[in-house]
Design a protein around this ligand. Structure first.
Ligand code: GLP
Length: 240
């Protein structure tokens, strides 16, 4: 696992955007795994700004989102579908046919999960996955206790995760379940960049650095992968 500490959130976002755009310039047909949450917003802003200056930036890129809430319509303001339109997809030339997000309203979520894994496999697996980090160590929506070989599946969200995401739902209740790529699915990505910013992530970063590998701390699965870069800012890095 490689580690890079950037001065602040702005520098972290610039670095993450550069990594994504470099990967696309090396392979115009790159398959991306994409995160939501607050942390990647700055990265997406910079990617969008840069792509405004380039011709056909995302034309042949394929994107698989990590997760989606169960039970809300895709145009709900809190859905990850809406998030991705707002922060990336509606601002770049990605082909909507090449953007995939699990369908949290599918009639049979097990069938939907299997379909999602199949789509990823058929696309030749993911080349670069960008991940955020939950303060309890979750990656995508894989909460503590998730087996490291899990495939795309439905999860019950922990109270702390629901609270952490409440701002996206304003005064409406945060869904109780989500559909997420599994840890096994994520580990099949050829390269992974994990983003962590701010004091709220310090504890999780310290635990990740400790080298402990256990299902109680989902991000620790990344230790078994050959090509992981952890990008953090100083606020997330400093141990108090
Ligand atoms: C949600 C997402 C995760 C994300 C996490 C951290 O739970 N499903 O993919 O990593 O939030 O979010 P934030 O970046 O807002 O701290």
């Amino acid at each position: 696992m490689k580690w890079e500490t950037l001065a602040d959130y702005a520098a972290l976002s610039t670095r993450a955007a550069a990594l994504m755009l470099d990967a696309i310039s090396r392979d115009g047909k790159l398959v991306l795994g994409l995160p939501t949450g607050n942390t990647p917003v700055g990265m997406y802003d910079r990617v969008v700004a840069e792509c405004g200056r380039q011709y056909h930036c995302f034309r042949d890129v394929v994107a698989f989102n990590l997760d989606e809430y169960v039970g809300i319509p895709r145009d709900h303001p809190g859905s990850y579908f809406t998030f991705m339109q707002q922060h990336l997809f509606s601002h770049v030339d990605i082909d909507p046919k090449n953007t995939f997000i699990p369908n949290g309203r599918a009639p049979d979520l097990k069938v939907e999960s299997e379909r999602y894994d199949r789509l990823i496999r058929n696309a030749g697996n993911i080349g670069l996955t960008v991940l955020g980090l939950g303060s309890n160590g979750h990656i995508a929506f894989n909460e503590p206790g998730t087996p490291f070989d899990s495939r795309t599946h439905v999860v019950a969200l922990s109270e702390s995760t629901r609270r952490a995401n409440a701002a996206f739902f304003l005064d409406q209740p945060v869904p109780t379940h989500a559909i997420t790529m599994g840890i096994g699915t994520i580990l099949e990505s050829r390269s992974i960049v994990l983003l962590a910013s701010g004091e709220k992530k310090r504890e999780a970063i310290a635990r990740l650095r400790s080298g402990e590998q256990s299902a109680d701390f989902p991000a620790s699965a990344l230790w078994s992968h050959q090509n992981v870069l952890v990008l953090l800012d100083e606020a997330a890095a400093v141990s108090s």
